[in-house]
Design a protein around this ligand. Structure first.
Ligand SMILES: [Zn+2]
Length: 354
């Protein structure tokens, strides 16, 4: 029994010793091979990996930064180049613009001079060609169709309305006037606004003027003097009261009175005009406006030179009212408007004796 106990003690002791001395041996071996222990190795390995990662990251980061830096440098270089290039181009373009501006200014001056010259020609032309040019609204193409608006028996307030209307449309017309003391200003306005002032009669009294050739001539001469005094214009166009073929005169001067008067007035240098369109505004004291318009347009439609009889005495209030529609209607029919002058082809009734 005692031997067995001693054996157990020895075995135990041996195991204890081996355990105690095993650790220093292992430590020495680790030191000798520089390995220390597994935890330290792992730490070192981790540290190395970390450094590699950092290095890689640094490289990765530095590459784009390098590229960015290069780009920034390149860009600023390019910008410098571009801005310089643009500056040069701008300078070149400014030079071209300056030249163009000078050229354009010269062209504008040329155009203005042409316009002024054309304007002067256009202004001169009517005077040089004895007031032949119509200064009227459309038609754009000259048709050779001229309408002559004529007004008898003024001046009155209606003459003023008619003059206003003609001014609005820039149309010239012809006024066969009476001697109306106190309305001499209207004679002046007729002349100043470019219309023709023409002779009709001082008194318009058939029983007086148509007695003899001389009574007629005296009446006309009196009116002519009034017009000359007030306007400075000597009228040469005339229209006989009742027209050149009137028969009312026969009861005062006989059946030859009109041919004799016509012969005398022709010899005196007057040019008489009758009409070929009757507006019918004398058929009643005050005619309906629409009848006047229709009469003028329907009678003018087939004519190339309508000479339109209208009246501007004080009861003819519908005549100025009808005038805009007459002007616009005739314009649509292709007419331009003219005033009667010494050069206008005459419109005269055929001379007939009864
Ligand atoms: Zn009359």
């Amino acid at each position: 029994m005692k031997r067995n106990n001693i054996l157990y003690v020895l075995v135990f002791f041996t195991l204890m010793c081996s355990t105690i001395f095993a650790t220093p041996i292992k430590h020495e071996i680790a030191l000798e091979y520089g390995l220390y222990n597994s935890e330290q190795i792992i730490d070192i390995e981790l540290a190395i990996e970390e450094k590699i990662t950092d290095a890689e990251l640094a490289i990765e980061e530095s590459i784009p930064q390098y590229i960015t830096n290069e780009l920034v440098n390149s860009k600023s270089e390019f910008e410098v180049f571009a801005s310089y290039d643009l500056y040069q181009r701008k300078q070149t373009l400014l030079g071209i613009i300056d030249e163009l501006e000078i050229e354009v200014e010269q062209q504008i001056i040329e155009i203005e001079q042409n316009v002024i010259e054309e304007g002067l020609q256009a202004t001169d032309e009517p005077e040089l060609s004895s007031e032949e040019k119509a200064v009227v609204p459309p038609p754009a193409e000259p048709t050779g169709k001229y309408a002559y608006l004529t007004f008898d028996d003024g001046p009155s307030d209606n003459t003023i309305l008619i003059l206003d209307c003609l001014k609005d449309y820039d149309i010239k017309a012809t006024f066969f006037v009476l001697h109306v003391p106190g309305r001499e200003d209207v004679y002046r306005r007729i002349v100043n606004e470019g219309h023709t002032i023409a002779l009709h009669s001082s008194t318009h009294e058939y029983s007086e003027i148509y007695q003899t050739v001389d009574t007629y001539l005296a009446d006309i001469k009196n009116l002519e003097n009034v017009i000359v005094e007030n306007t400075g214009v000597t009228p040469v166009i005339l229209r006989f009261p009742g027209g050149s073929n009137n028969t009312v005169s026969h009861q005062y001067g006989g059946s030859d009175i009109m041919p004799n008067i016509i012969e005398a007035t022709n010899a005196a240098g007057y040019i008489y005009f009758d009409w070929n369109v009757d507006s019918q505004d004398a058929s009643k004291i005050t005619q309906e406006k629409d009848i006047i318009v229709d009469a003028v347009l329907s009678q003018s439609a087939n004519k190339t030179q309508p000479v339109i009889l209208m009246h501007d005495s004080k009861f003819k209030t519908t005549t100025p009212e009808a005038l805009p529609e007459i002007i616009e209607g005739l314009t649509q029919l292709g007419f331009s408007f003219e005033k009667i002058t010494a050069e206008t082809p005459v419109v005269q009734f055929s001379l007939k004796k009864e």
